[in-house]
Design a protein around this ligand. Structure first.
Ligand SMILES: Nc1ncnc2c1ncn2[C@@H]1O[C@H](COP(=O)(O)OP(=O)(O)O)[C@@H](O)[C@H]1O
Ligand SMILES: [Mg+2]
Length: 368
């Protein structure tokens, strides 16, 4: 009955001695290996493997196998076709010497499939990473170009503007307020001063100098920055609230550049609340992924209850010269911020809901 069962089963079964010498093979083994049973009885398991497999460690320890073991081995059929087999060895004792019951399974297709999926996954990951880098490159080269352009123009315009402003102020000092041209000249002064501001923004934007990092108490830096905005906060009737986590690590940043980031973001927030509202400053440590690696970040969030940003504009707010504030805006504030944050290997992100408010999150990597 056992013989009939062993012969009838579709699983290739063989028995070897402790050296791997084949002493029994069922019918399925013939199909599987391409050898006849007589041929098989003269062979060692090693002879059934691809040549590079015969030095596998398992073959030198066959007689010491104590419990069922399973390995993938490249098998070679009689005709030379190589395929991947999952080979299981079940040890048993026969007349006091170790023997093995060996079963074979063709896993070629399965392994190729697994390999393919792994390969595909790897490819998708690589592709995503490539696209991310390309975006970054596009953005930085665009910004670098704009920066150079801006610096060039700003230098050319700065001096004449200074001269115009100087003369206009001379004229204003000379003429009385009831002079028919007084108002016109006052407007010239005002608008020229505005140009000076734009040029200043452009020069900030063009500041390509890398950050000079020092250890900074970032909470103090944020507090110092908001003090500078006290007049605007008061004028717009903005309530400032704070939620700071305790014991945050120091960060290595350029305090001048980062103050500029804080100022730009907070000015935007205050400007979005001309009729009052709340400005919430929060700071804490967060865990977040970057390029498949987890790391810690100090996160500063600056939230306002202002008019918010329409969904369609959200992608554009960091673009240079994007402004919805007409002649009052230059559209450079957030581009400057982004550039500075890139230089610090940090991040700046904006979330907003129209009519509800805006939150700007600024992240600094902890530990460089
Ligand atoms: N807190 C905010 N609330 C509403 N809109 C904002 C906020 N911050 C930025 N924006 C939008 O992003 C635009 C670009 O901002 P920014 O780069 O600072 O330039 P600017 O302030 O000169 O317009 C603003 O014109 C505004 O439309
Ligand atoms: Mg701004």
């Amino acid at each position: 009955m056992f013989r009939a069962m062993v012969e009838g089963v579709t699983l290739p079964l063989m028995v070897t001695d402790g050296d791997g010498q084949i002493i029994f093979a069922n019918r399925s083994s013939e199909e599987f290996t391409g050898y006849t049973r007589i041929e098989l009885l003269g062979l060692n398991l090693r002879d059934l493997c691809a040549p590079y497999e015969s030095s596998r460690y398992i073959f030198s320890t066959l007689s010491q196998i104590k419990k069922m073991a399973e390995v993938d081995i490249d098998f070679k059929q009689k005709g030379g076709r190589v395929f991947m087999a999952s080979v299981s060895f079940s040890p048993f004792d026969h007349h006091g010497s170790p023997h093995l019951l060996v079963t074979l399974r063709d896993v070629t297709r399965k392994r190729i499939q697994e390999g393919k999926t792994r390969e595909e996954e790897r490819y998708c990951k690589l592709l995503a990473e490539r696209n991310r880098l390309q975006d970054q490159l596009n953005r930085s080269s665009k910004l670098a170009f704009m920066g150079e352009l801006a610096a060039g123009i700003a230098h050319e315009i700065n001096n004449p503007l200074g001269i115009i402003l100087g003369f206009v102020q001379d004229i204003l000092d000379e003429i009385s307020e009831d002079h028919p041209l007084f108002e016109s000249i006052r407007i010239i002064e005002q608008e020229t001063a505005r140009c000076v501001d734009v040029v200043k923004d452009l020069l900030d934007f063009a500041r390509i100098k890398p950050p000079e990092r020092t250890r900074v108490d970032i909470l103090q830096l944020l507090e110092d920055s908001i003090i500078l905005l006290a007049p605007q906060v008061k004028k717009n009737k903005v309530q400032v609230t704070r939620a700071y986590d305790k014991g945050l690590p120091y960060t290595e940043i350029d305090p001048h550049l980062i103050r500029q980031v804080f100022l730009n973001v907070m000015i935007n927030a205050i400007q979005a609340m001309p009729y009052g509202g709340g400005l919430r400053l929060a700071m804490g440590l967060v865990h977040r992924q970057q390029s498949q690696k987890e790391r810690n970040w100090v996160r500063i969030t600056i939230s306002d209850t202002g008019d918010g940003i329409p969904q369609k504009d959200l992608d554009r707010v960091f673009g240079p010269f994007f402004t919805t504030r007409g002649i009052k805006g230059t559209g450079l504030g957030l581009s400057v911020c982004q550039r500075i944050m890139d230089d610090h290997r940090g991040k700046i992100e904006i979330e907003s809901r129209e009519g509800v408010g805006t939150t700007c999150s600024i992240y600094f990597p902890v530990g460089g």
